[in-house]
Ligand binder design. Structure first.
Ligand code: C2E
Ligand code: CA
Ligand code: CA
Length: 499
Protein backbone atom coordinates (compact mmCIF):
# COMPACT_ATOMS: atom_id res chain seq x y z
CA UNK A 1 0.00 0.00 0.00
CA UNK A 2 1.38 3.32 -0.96
CA UNK A 3 2.01 5.63 1.98
CA UNK A 4 0.35 8.88 1.11
CA UNK A 5 -0.39 10.11 4.66
CA UNK A 6 1.03 13.54 3.79
CA UNK A 7 -1.25 14.11 0.94
CA UNK A 8 -4.19 11.85 1.67
CA UNK A 9 -6.91 13.31 -0.54
CA UNK A 10 -9.64 12.36 1.94
CA UNK A 11 -7.83 14.09 4.77
CA UNK A 12 -7.18 17.21 2.74
CA UNK A 13 -10.80 17.32 1.77
CA UNK A 14 -11.81 16.86 5.39
CA UNK A 15 -9.49 19.63 6.55
CA UNK A 16 -10.90 21.92 3.91
CA UNK A 17 -14.41 21.02 4.95
CA UNK A 18 -13.57 21.73 8.62
CA UNK A 19 -12.06 25.07 7.60
CA UNK A 20 -15.13 25.90 5.52
CA UNK A 21 -17.47 24.99 8.36
CA UNK A 22 -15.41 26.97 10.81
CA UNK A 23 -15.55 30.11 8.72
CA UNK A 24 -19.23 29.56 8.03
CA UNK A 25 -19.70 29.18 11.76
CA UNK A 26 -17.81 32.43 12.34
CA UNK A 27 -20.00 34.10 9.77
CA UNK A 28 -23.09 32.75 11.55
CA UNK A 29 -21.77 33.86 14.91
CA UNK A 30 -21.05 37.36 13.59
CA UNK A 31 -24.48 37.45 11.93
CA UNK A 32 -26.14 36.30 15.15
CA UNK A 33 -24.24 38.91 17.14
CA UNK A 34 -25.23 41.53 14.62
CA UNK A 35 -28.87 40.49 14.77
CA UNK A 36 -28.74 40.32 18.54
CA UNK A 37 -27.40 43.83 18.69
CA UNK A 38 -30.08 44.95 16.32
CA UNK A 39 -32.92 43.41 18.31
CA UNK A 40 -31.48 44.59 21.62
CA UNK A 41 -31.60 48.27 20.77
CA UNK A 42 -34.59 50.30 19.60
CA UNK A 43 -33.45 52.29 16.60
CA UNK A 44 -35.68 55.29 17.41
CA UNK A 45 -34.63 55.81 21.01
CA UNK A 46 -31.36 53.93 21.25
CA UNK A 47 -32.76 52.20 24.34
CA UNK A 48 -32.64 48.44 25.09
CA UNK A 49 -35.66 46.47 23.82
CA UNK A 50 -37.84 43.78 25.40
CA UNK A 51 -35.24 41.14 24.49
CA UNK A 52 -32.84 42.86 26.89
CA UNK A 53 -35.65 43.38 29.41
CA UNK A 54 -36.34 39.65 29.61
CA UNK A 55 -32.72 38.79 30.23
CA UNK A 56 -31.96 41.68 32.57
CA UNK A 57 -35.12 41.52 34.64
CA UNK A 58 -34.56 37.83 35.21
CA UNK A 59 -31.00 38.61 36.31
CA UNK A 60 -32.08 41.44 38.60
CA UNK A 61 -34.76 39.27 40.24
CA UNK A 62 -32.28 36.41 40.76
CA UNK A 63 -29.88 38.93 42.27
CA UNK A 64 -32.51 40.21 44.68
CA UNK A 65 -33.40 36.67 45.71
CA UNK A 66 -29.83 35.68 46.48
CA UNK A 67 -28.76 38.88 48.23
CA UNK A 68 -32.03 38.88 50.18
CA UNK A 69 -32.34 42.56 49.40
CA UNK A 70 -35.47 43.48 51.31
CA UNK A 71 -36.19 46.67 49.38
CA UNK A 72 -37.58 44.86 46.34
CA UNK A 73 -38.35 46.81 43.15
CA UNK A 74 -41.06 48.52 41.13
CA UNK A 75 -41.75 47.59 37.56
CA UNK A 76 -43.52 50.31 35.58
CA UNK A 77 -45.06 49.94 32.12
CA UNK A 78 -45.64 53.25 30.40
CA UNK A 79 -47.89 53.42 27.36
CA UNK A 80 -48.07 56.53 25.25
CA UNK A 81 -51.57 57.95 24.84
CA UNK A 82 -53.94 57.39 21.93
CA UNK A 83 -52.86 60.72 20.52
CA UNK A 84 -49.49 59.18 19.71
CA UNK A 85 -51.11 56.50 17.54
CA UNK A 86 -53.19 59.17 15.82
CA UNK A 87 -50.13 61.34 15.18
CA UNK A 88 -48.23 58.38 13.87
CA UNK A 89 -50.79 58.06 11.10
CA UNK A 90 -50.85 61.70 10.10
CA UNK A 91 -47.40 63.12 10.71
CA UNK A 92 -44.05 62.37 9.16
CA UNK A 93 -42.12 59.43 10.59
CA UNK A 94 -39.32 61.80 11.55
CA UNK A 95 -41.70 63.58 13.97
CA UNK A 96 -42.92 60.41 15.67
CA UNK A 97 -39.31 59.20 15.95
CA UNK A 98 -38.35 62.52 17.48
CA UNK A 99 -41.18 62.16 20.02
CA UNK A 100 -40.01 58.65 20.97
CA UNK A 101 -36.46 59.85 21.33
CA UNK A 102 -37.59 62.82 23.44
CA UNK A 103 -39.79 60.63 25.64
CA UNK A 104 -36.88 58.27 26.22
CA UNK A 105 -34.56 61.10 27.21
CA UNK A 106 -37.16 62.76 29.43
CA UNK A 107 -37.56 59.53 31.39
CA UNK A 108 -33.80 58.88 31.47
CA UNK A 109 -33.12 62.32 32.88
CA UNK A 110 -35.05 61.39 36.03
CA UNK A 111 -33.48 57.98 36.66
CA UNK A 112 -30.92 56.99 39.26
CA UNK A 113 -27.84 54.96 38.37
CA UNK A 114 -29.41 51.65 39.43
CA UNK A 115 -32.64 52.19 37.44
CA UNK A 116 -33.13 50.58 34.03
CA UNK A 117 -35.23 51.86 31.12
CA UNK A 118 -36.36 49.74 28.16
CA UNK A 119 -38.22 50.66 24.98
CA UNK A 120 -40.28 47.54 24.54
CA UNK A 121 -42.79 48.35 21.85
CA UNK A 122 -43.11 51.40 19.67
CA UNK A 123 -45.34 53.23 22.11
CA UNK A 124 -44.31 51.40 25.28
CA UNK A 125 -41.50 51.92 27.77
CA UNK A 126 -40.66 49.79 30.79
CA UNK A 127 -38.85 50.99 33.90
CA UNK A 128 -37.21 48.82 36.53
CA UNK A 129 -36.72 50.80 39.72
CA UNK A 130 -34.92 48.89 42.50
CA UNK A 131 -35.94 49.83 46.03
CA UNK A 132 -38.48 52.44 44.89
CA UNK A 133 -41.96 51.84 46.32
CA UNK A 134 -44.70 53.67 48.18
CA UNK A 135 -43.82 57.29 48.91
CA UNK A 136 -40.52 57.00 47.03
CA UNK A 137 -42.34 55.87 43.89
CA UNK A 138 -45.03 58.52 44.35
CA UNK A 139 -42.33 61.19 44.48
CA UNK A 140 -40.73 59.85 41.31
CA UNK A 141 -44.12 59.84 39.52
CA UNK A 142 -44.77 63.42 40.64
CA UNK A 143 -41.76 64.50 38.63
CA UNK A 144 -42.21 62.03 35.75
CA UNK A 145 -45.87 62.63 34.87
CA UNK A 146 -45.67 66.42 34.35
CA UNK A 147 -42.38 65.95 32.49
CA UNK A 148 -44.12 63.60 30.02
CA UNK A 149 -47.06 65.94 29.62
CA UNK A 150 -44.88 68.85 28.50
CA UNK A 151 -45.50 69.65 24.83
CA UNK A 152 -43.02 68.50 22.20
CA UNK A 153 -42.11 71.42 19.99
CA UNK A 154 -41.18 70.35 16.50
CA UNK A 155 -40.80 72.75 13.56
CA UNK A 156 -43.63 75.00 14.66
CA UNK A 157 -45.87 72.16 15.85
CA UNK A 158 -46.82 71.92 19.46
CA UNK A 159 -47.61 68.31 20.29
CA UNK A 160 -48.81 66.94 23.61
CA UNK A 161 -48.71 63.18 24.21
CA UNK A 162 -50.16 61.77 27.40
CA UNK A 163 -49.14 58.45 28.91
CA UNK A 164 -50.78 55.82 31.08
CA UNK A 165 -48.54 54.06 33.55
CA UNK A 166 -49.11 50.78 35.33
CA UNK A 167 -46.96 49.53 38.19
CA UNK A 168 -46.31 46.27 40.05
CA UNK A 169 -44.03 45.56 43.01
CA UNK A 170 -41.56 42.71 43.37
CA UNK A 171 -42.13 40.46 45.27
CA UNK A 172 -45.66 41.50 46.39
CA UNK A 173 -47.27 41.32 42.95
CA UNK A 174 -45.20 38.53 41.42
CA UNK A 175 -42.03 36.70 42.43
CA UNK A 176 -41.00 35.84 38.88
CA UNK A 177 -40.51 37.95 35.80
CA UNK A 178 -43.50 36.77 33.84
CA UNK A 179 -46.34 37.29 36.38
CA UNK A 180 -44.76 40.56 37.48
CA UNK A 181 -44.79 41.85 33.88
CA UNK A 182 -48.31 40.58 33.35
CA UNK A 183 -49.60 42.38 36.43
CA UNK A 184 -47.90 45.65 35.55
CA UNK A 185 -49.44 45.31 32.08
CA UNK A 186 -52.93 44.83 33.54
CA UNK A 187 -52.38 47.94 35.68
CA UNK A 188 -51.26 49.93 32.62
CA UNK A 189 -54.38 48.80 30.75
CA UNK A 190 -56.54 49.92 33.68
CA UNK A 191 -54.79 53.31 33.65
CA UNK A 192 -55.47 53.77 29.95
CA UNK A 193 -59.08 52.67 30.27
CA UNK A 194 -59.81 55.07 33.13
CA UNK A 195 -57.70 57.84 31.65
CA UNK A 196 -55.51 57.94 34.75
CA UNK A 197 -51.81 58.65 34.67
CA UNK A 198 -50.89 55.87 37.13
CA UNK A 199 -52.44 52.69 38.50
CA UNK A 200 -50.73 50.32 40.91
CA UNK A 201 -51.61 46.67 40.41
CA UNK A 202 -54.15 45.11 42.74
CA UNK A 203 -55.81 41.68 42.45
CA UNK A 204 -59.25 43.21 41.73
CA UNK A 205 -57.89 44.41 38.40
CA UNK A 206 -57.51 40.79 37.30
CA UNK A 207 -61.20 40.04 37.61
CA UNK A 208 -61.92 43.22 35.64
CA UNK A 209 -59.61 42.03 32.89
CA UNK A 210 -61.35 38.66 32.77
CA UNK A 211 -64.71 40.44 32.68
CA UNK A 212 -63.55 42.53 29.75
CA UNK A 213 -62.57 39.47 27.77
CA UNK A 214 -65.89 37.81 28.55
CA UNK A 215 -67.79 40.90 27.49
CA UNK A 216 -65.77 41.09 24.30
CA UNK A 217 -66.65 37.47 23.49
CA UNK A 218 -70.29 38.16 24.22
CA UNK A 219 -70.31 41.08 21.76
CA UNK A 220 -68.69 38.91 19.12
CA UNK A 221 -71.39 36.33 19.72
CA UNK A 222 -74.22 38.86 19.69
CA UNK A 223 -73.05 40.57 16.54
CA UNK A 224 -71.03 38.22 14.42
CA UNK A 225 -72.24 34.76 15.10
CA UNK A 226 -75.89 35.65 15.01
CA UNK A 227 -75.60 37.58 11.74
CA UNK A 228 -76.41 41.21 11.02
CA UNK A 229 -80.18 40.87 10.88
CA UNK A 230 -80.24 39.38 14.38
CA UNK A 231 -78.31 42.20 16.10
CA UNK A 232 -81.69 43.60 17.09
CA UNK A 233 -82.34 40.59 19.33
CA UNK A 234 -79.93 41.98 21.93
CA UNK A 235 -79.48 45.65 21.03
CA UNK A 236 -82.15 48.32 21.03
CA UNK A 237 -82.55 52.08 20.84
CA UNK A 238 -83.70 54.69 23.32
CA UNK A 239 -84.61 58.30 22.59
CA UNK A 240 -83.60 61.20 24.82
CA UNK A 241 -85.39 64.48 24.09
CA UNK A 242 -83.45 67.62 23.16
CA UNK A 243 -85.57 70.71 23.70
CA UNK A 244 -85.02 74.02 21.91
CA UNK A 245 -86.51 77.05 23.66
CA UNK A 246 -87.98 80.17 22.19
CA UNK A 247 -88.53 81.87 25.56
CA UNK A 248 -88.35 81.39 29.30
CA UNK A 249 -91.17 83.15 31.14
CA UNK A 250 -90.95 82.61 34.87
CA UNK A 251 -91.31 78.86 35.22
CA UNK A 252 -92.65 78.36 31.75
CA UNK A 253 -90.48 77.15 28.92
CA UNK A 254 -91.79 77.98 25.45
CA UNK A 255 -90.68 75.11 23.24
CA UNK A 256 -89.66 76.02 19.73
CA UNK A 257 -88.76 72.52 18.63
CA UNK A 258 -88.23 68.99 19.92
CA UNK A 259 -85.60 66.57 18.73
CA UNK A 260 -84.20 63.39 20.26
CA UNK A 261 -80.83 61.70 20.51
CA UNK A 262 -80.77 57.99 19.84
CA UNK A 263 -78.85 56.06 22.51
CA UNK A 264 -78.07 52.38 22.16
CA UNK A 265 -78.59 49.70 24.83
CA UNK A 266 -77.47 46.09 25.02
CA UNK A 267 -79.68 43.53 26.68
CA UNK A 268 -76.95 41.10 27.67
CA UNK A 269 -78.23 37.52 28.03
CA UNK A 270 -76.93 37.18 31.63
CA UNK A 271 -76.00 40.64 32.81
CA UNK A 272 -79.19 42.48 31.95
CA UNK A 273 -79.21 45.89 30.27
CA UNK A 274 -75.74 47.37 29.80
CA UNK A 275 -74.82 51.00 29.24
CA UNK A 276 -72.96 51.88 26.05
CA UNK A 277 -70.07 53.21 28.14
CA UNK A 278 -69.23 49.60 29.04
CA UNK A 279 -69.48 48.07 25.58
CA UNK A 280 -68.90 50.79 22.96
CA UNK A 281 -65.17 51.07 23.83
CA UNK A 282 -64.83 47.26 23.56
CA UNK A 283 -66.69 47.27 20.26
CA UNK A 284 -64.33 50.01 19.06
CA UNK A 285 -61.26 47.97 20.04
CA UNK A 286 -62.44 44.85 18.26
CA UNK A 287 -63.77 46.66 15.21
CA UNK A 288 -67.24 45.26 15.89
CA UNK A 289 -68.44 48.84 16.14
CA UNK A 290 -68.61 48.81 12.33
CA UNK A 291 -71.31 46.12 11.89
CA UNK A 292 -73.05 47.32 15.07
CA UNK A 293 -72.91 50.93 13.90
CA UNK A 294 -74.20 50.01 10.47
CA UNK A 295 -77.15 48.20 12.01
CA UNK A 296 -77.79 51.22 14.22
CA UNK A 297 -77.71 53.65 11.29
CA UNK A 298 -80.23 51.54 9.33
CA UNK A 299 -82.50 51.21 12.38
CA UNK A 300 -82.24 54.91 13.13
CA UNK A 301 -83.09 55.90 9.57
CA UNK A 302 -86.21 53.72 9.75
CA UNK A 303 -87.24 55.23 13.09
CA UNK A 304 -86.56 58.70 11.73
CA UNK A 305 -88.85 58.17 8.75
CA UNK A 306 -91.63 56.79 10.99
CA UNK A 307 -91.37 59.41 13.75
CA UNK A 308 -91.25 62.34 11.33
CA UNK A 309 -94.39 60.95 9.71
CA UNK A 310 -96.29 60.28 12.91
CA UNK A 311 -95.08 62.93 15.36
CA UNK A 312 -95.56 66.35 13.81
CA UNK A 313 -93.86 68.26 16.66
CA UNK A 314 -90.65 66.29 16.39
CA UNK A 315 -88.21 68.02 14.09
CA UNK A 316 -85.36 65.56 13.93
CA UNK A 317 -83.25 62.82 15.48
CA UNK A 318 -79.55 62.51 16.10
CA UNK A 319 -77.26 59.50 16.23
CA UNK A 320 -73.80 59.06 17.72
CA UNK A 321 -70.88 57.96 15.58
CA UNK A 322 -67.78 56.78 17.40
CA UNK A 323 -64.38 57.92 16.15
CA UNK A 324 -63.69 54.65 14.38
CA UNK A 325 -67.10 54.60 12.69
CA UNK A 326 -66.73 58.20 11.64
CA UNK A 327 -63.32 57.56 10.11
CA UNK A 328 -64.30 54.33 8.35
CA UNK A 329 -64.20 54.67 4.55
CA UNK A 330 -67.86 54.13 3.88
CA UNK A 331 -69.49 56.00 6.80
CA UNK A 332 -71.14 58.64 4.60
CA UNK A 333 -72.25 56.03 2.05
CA UNK A 334 -73.88 53.90 4.73
CA UNK A 335 -75.80 56.91 6.02
CA UNK A 336 -76.82 57.90 2.48
CA UNK A 337 -78.07 54.40 1.64
CA UNK A 338 -79.89 54.02 4.96
CA UNK A 339 -81.68 57.34 4.45
CA UNK A 340 -82.56 56.57 0.85
CA UNK A 341 -83.97 53.12 1.71
CA UNK A 342 -86.05 54.40 4.60
CA UNK A 343 -87.31 57.46 2.80
CA UNK A 344 -86.15 59.72 5.68
CA UNK A 345 -84.97 63.23 4.84
CA UNK A 346 -81.25 63.86 5.36
CA UNK A 347 -82.01 67.31 6.81
CA UNK A 348 -83.86 65.65 9.71
CA UNK A 349 -80.79 63.68 10.81
CA UNK A 350 -77.95 65.01 12.95
CA UNK A 351 -74.73 63.14 13.42
CA UNK A 352 -72.98 63.59 16.76
CA UNK A 353 -69.21 63.17 16.76
CA UNK A 354 -66.99 63.85 19.74
CA UNK A 355 -64.45 66.60 19.78
CA UNK A 356 -61.61 64.09 20.14
CA UNK A 357 -62.96 62.12 17.18
CA UNK A 358 -62.63 65.23 15.04
CA UNK A 359 -59.42 66.79 16.21
CA UNK A 360 -57.23 63.69 16.23
CA UNK A 361 -56.83 64.08 12.53
CA UNK A 362 -58.41 67.42 11.58
CA UNK A 363 -57.67 67.25 7.88
CA UNK A 364 -59.29 63.87 7.26
CA UNK A 365 -62.13 64.82 9.61
CA UNK A 366 -62.85 67.98 7.59
CA UNK A 367 -63.01 65.88 4.40
CA UNK A 368 -65.43 63.38 5.93
CA UNK A 369 -67.57 66.20 7.32
CA UNK A 370 -67.82 67.74 3.88
CA UNK A 371 -69.13 64.42 2.54
CA UNK A 372 -71.84 64.42 5.22
CA UNK A 373 -72.62 68.02 4.40
CA UNK A 374 -73.10 67.18 0.74
CA UNK A 375 -75.54 64.52 1.85
CA UNK A 376 -77.51 67.19 3.65
CA UNK A 377 -77.28 65.79 7.19
CA UNK A 378 -76.32 68.04 10.10
CA UNK A 379 -73.25 67.63 12.25
CA UNK A 380 -73.06 68.16 15.99
CA UNK A 381 -69.86 68.30 18.02
CA UNK A 382 -70.45 66.14 21.08
CA UNK A 383 -68.84 66.47 24.53
CA UNK A 384 -67.57 69.91 23.62
CA UNK A 385 -64.95 71.27 26.02
CA UNK A 386 -63.54 67.91 27.10
CA UNK A 387 -60.80 67.51 24.49
CA UNK A 388 -57.69 69.59 24.44
CA UNK A 389 -58.42 70.86 20.96
CA UNK A 390 -57.75 74.37 19.94
CA UNK A 391 -60.99 76.30 19.69
CA UNK A 392 -59.47 78.49 17.02
CA UNK A 393 -59.61 75.49 14.67
CA UNK A 394 -63.36 75.11 14.98
CA UNK A 395 -64.07 77.19 11.92
CA UNK A 396 -62.33 74.57 9.78
CA UNK A 397 -65.22 72.20 10.33
CA UNK A 398 -68.61 72.54 8.69
CA UNK A 399 -70.69 72.14 11.88
CA UNK A 400 -74.30 72.89 12.81
CA UNK A 401 -74.47 72.23 16.51
CA UNK A 402 -72.32 72.11 19.61
CA UNK A 403 -73.14 70.08 22.70
CA UNK A 404 -71.55 71.43 25.86
CA UNK A 405 -70.30 68.49 27.89
CA UNK A 406 -72.19 67.39 30.97
CA UNK A 407 -69.16 67.94 33.25
CA UNK A 408 -69.51 71.73 32.87
CA UNK A 409 -73.26 71.65 33.47
CA UNK A 410 -73.34 69.38 36.56
CA UNK A 411 -72.69 72.07 39.14
CA UNK A 412 -72.78 75.12 36.96
CA UNK A 413 -74.71 77.21 39.46
CA UNK A 414 -72.03 76.75 42.17
CA UNK A 415 -68.87 76.63 40.11
CA UNK A 416 -67.45 80.00 38.97
CA UNK A 417 -64.79 78.35 36.82
CA UNK A 418 -67.40 76.33 34.90
CA UNK A 419 -69.49 79.45 34.44
CA UNK A 420 -66.56 81.25 32.84
CA UNK A 421 -65.81 78.32 30.54
CA UNK A 422 -69.44 77.81 29.51
CA UNK A 423 -69.94 81.52 28.91
CA UNK A 424 -67.00 81.59 26.50
CA UNK A 425 -68.00 78.34 24.77
CA UNK A 426 -71.43 79.84 24.19
CA UNK A 427 -69.91 83.07 22.88
CA UNK A 428 -67.65 81.18 20.45
CA UNK A 429 -70.44 78.97 19.13
CA UNK A 430 -72.88 81.83 18.75
CA UNK A 431 -70.24 83.84 16.97
CA UNK A 432 -70.02 81.04 14.43
CA UNK A 433 -73.79 80.79 14.10
CA UNK A 434 -74.00 77.32 15.63
CA UNK A 435 -76.91 75.89 17.50
CA UNK A 436 -76.11 75.06 21.14
CA UNK A 437 -77.24 72.23 23.37
CA UNK A 438 -76.35 71.86 27.04
CA UNK A 439 -76.28 68.17 27.97
CA UNK A 440 -76.78 66.53 31.33
CA UNK A 441 -79.10 69.26 32.62
CA UNK A 442 -80.43 68.12 35.99
CA UNK A 443 -81.26 71.37 37.81
CA UNK A 444 -83.72 74.16 37.04
CA UNK A 445 -81.11 76.78 38.05
CA UNK A 446 -78.82 75.52 35.30
CA UNK A 447 -81.56 76.12 32.72
CA UNK A 448 -82.04 79.72 33.86
CA UNK A 449 -78.33 80.41 33.92
CA UNK A 450 -77.68 78.82 30.52
CA UNK A 451 -80.64 80.59 28.96
CA UNK A 452 -79.30 83.92 30.26
CA UNK A 453 -75.90 83.09 28.78
CA UNK A 454 -77.50 82.56 25.37
CA UNK A 455 -77.93 78.79 25.20
CA UNK A 456 -81.23 77.62 23.68
CA UNK A 457 -80.92 73.81 23.51
CA UNK A 458 -81.36 71.58 26.57
CA UNK A 459 -81.11 67.88 27.24
CA UNK A 460 -81.00 66.05 30.53
CA UNK A 461 -82.69 64.07 33.25
CA UNK A 462 -84.42 67.28 34.42
CA UNK A 463 -86.77 66.86 31.44
CA UNK A 464 -86.52 63.19 30.57
CA UNK A 465 -84.21 60.21 30.72
CA UNK A 466 -83.57 58.24 27.55
CA UNK A 467 -87.05 56.93 26.65
CA UNK A 468 -88.51 54.06 24.69
CA UNK A 469 -89.97 55.04 21.32
CA UNK A 470 -93.53 54.94 22.70
CA UNK A 471 -92.54 57.10 25.66
CA UNK A 472 -90.85 59.62 23.39
CA UNK A 473 -93.99 59.83 21.28
CA UNK A 474 -96.01 60.38 24.48
CA UNK A 475 -93.54 63.06 25.62
CA UNK A 476 -94.02 64.94 22.33
CA UNK A 477 -97.80 64.55 22.58
CA UNK A 478 -97.76 66.03 26.10
CA UNK A 479 -95.79 69.08 25.01
CA UNK A 480 -98.16 69.56 22.10
CA UNK A 481 -101.17 69.24 24.42
CA UNK A 482 -99.62 71.89 26.70
CA UNK A 483 -99.49 74.36 23.80
CA UNK A 484 -95.78 73.81 23.18
CA UNK A 485 -94.78 74.65 26.73
CA UNK A 486 -93.11 72.80 29.60
CA UNK A 487 -93.05 73.74 33.24
CA UNK A 488 -89.52 74.11 34.58
CA UNK A 489 -88.95 71.36 37.14
CA UNK A 490 -91.45 68.92 35.60
CA UNK A 491 -89.96 65.61 34.70
CA UNK A 492 -91.45 63.18 32.21
CA UNK A 493 -92.04 59.88 33.96
CA UNK A 494 -91.87 56.83 31.81
CA UNK A 495 -95.13 54.95 31.23
CA UNK A 496 -93.17 51.73 31.22
CA UNK A 497 -89.81 50.76 32.72
CA UNK A 498 -87.50 51.57 29.82
CA UNK A 499 -84.09 50.89 31.36
P1 C2E B 1 -73.28 60.93 25.00
O1 C2E B 1 -73.41 60.99 23.53
O2 C2E B 1 -72.60 62.08 25.68
O3 C2E B 1 -74.71 60.67 25.54
C1 C2E B 1 -75.23 61.27 26.67
C2 C2E B 1 -75.18 60.34 27.83
O4 C2E B 1 -75.49 61.07 29.02
C3 C2E B 1 -76.22 59.23 27.76
O5 C2E B 1 -75.65 58.11 28.42
C4 C2E B 1 -77.35 59.78 28.59
O6 C2E B 1 -78.17 58.77 29.13
C5 C2E B 1 -76.61 60.52 29.67
N1 C2E B 1 -77.39 61.61 30.21
C6 C2E B 1 -78.32 62.35 29.58
N2 C2E B 1 -78.82 63.27 30.40
C7 C2E B 1 -78.19 63.14 31.59
C8 C2E B 1 -78.29 63.82 32.85
O7 C2E B 1 -79.05 64.77 33.04
N3 C2E B 1 -77.47 63.41 33.84
C9 C2E B 1 -76.63 62.37 33.68
N4 C2E B 1 -75.88 62.00 34.70
N5 C2E B 1 -76.50 61.69 32.50
C10 C2E B 1 -77.29 62.09 31.47
P2 C2E B 1 -75.62 56.72 27.71
O8 C2E B 1 -76.88 56.50 26.97
O9 C2E B 1 -75.17 55.75 28.72
O10 C2E B 1 -74.50 56.91 26.62
C11 C2E B 1 -73.19 57.06 26.98
C12 C2E B 1 -72.33 57.29 25.77
O11 C2E B 1 -72.30 56.15 24.92
C13 C2E B 1 -72.87 58.39 24.88
O12 C2E B 1 -72.47 59.60 25.43
C14 C2E B 1 -72.23 58.06 23.57
O13 C2E B 1 -70.92 58.56 23.51
C15 C2E B 1 -72.17 56.56 23.58
N6 C2E B 1 -73.27 56.03 22.76
C16 C2E B 1 -74.56 55.89 23.10
N7 C2E B 1 -75.27 55.38 22.07
C17 C2E B 1 -74.39 55.22 21.05
C18 C2E B 1 -74.50 54.74 19.71
O14 C2E B 1 -75.57 54.39 19.24
N8 C2E B 1 -73.37 54.71 18.96
C19 C2E B 1 -72.17 55.14 19.43
N9 C2E B 1 -71.12 55.08 18.65
N10 C2E B 1 -72.04 55.60 20.69
C20 C2E B 1 -73.13 55.64 21.49
CA1 CA C 1 -74.13 62.21 22.04
CA1 CA D 1 -72.26 64.05 24.97
Amino acid sequence: VKDDSDSNPTETALAAEVERLRSENDRHTRRIEQLERRISLQPQSGLPTHFRLEVELEGIIEGLKTTEDKRGLSLLILQLGESYAALRKTLKTSISEWILYQTGSRISSLLRAEDRLFHTRESEFVLVLPGLKGEGLAKFLRSLIPRLAEPHIFSGLNITIGASIGGAYWPEHGCERSPLMHHADIAAGASAERKRSFTLFKPELLSRAVERVELQNAIIKAIEQNGADRIGEQFYLLFQPKLFLGALEGDLLRIESIEAEILIRWRHPDKGVLSPTTFIPLAEETGLILPLGKWLIYQSARKLAAIMREVPVCSGLSINLSARQFHSDDAAEIVATALARSGARPADLTIEVTETGLFEDPETAAKILRKFNELGVKISMDDFGTGYSSLSHLHRFPLHEIKIDRQFIEDLSDNRQDQIIVRSLIAISRGMGLSLVAEGVEKPEAVRMLWDMGCTGFQGFLFAKPLSEDDFVAFCARIRAQGMTWKLGDRFESLEPSE
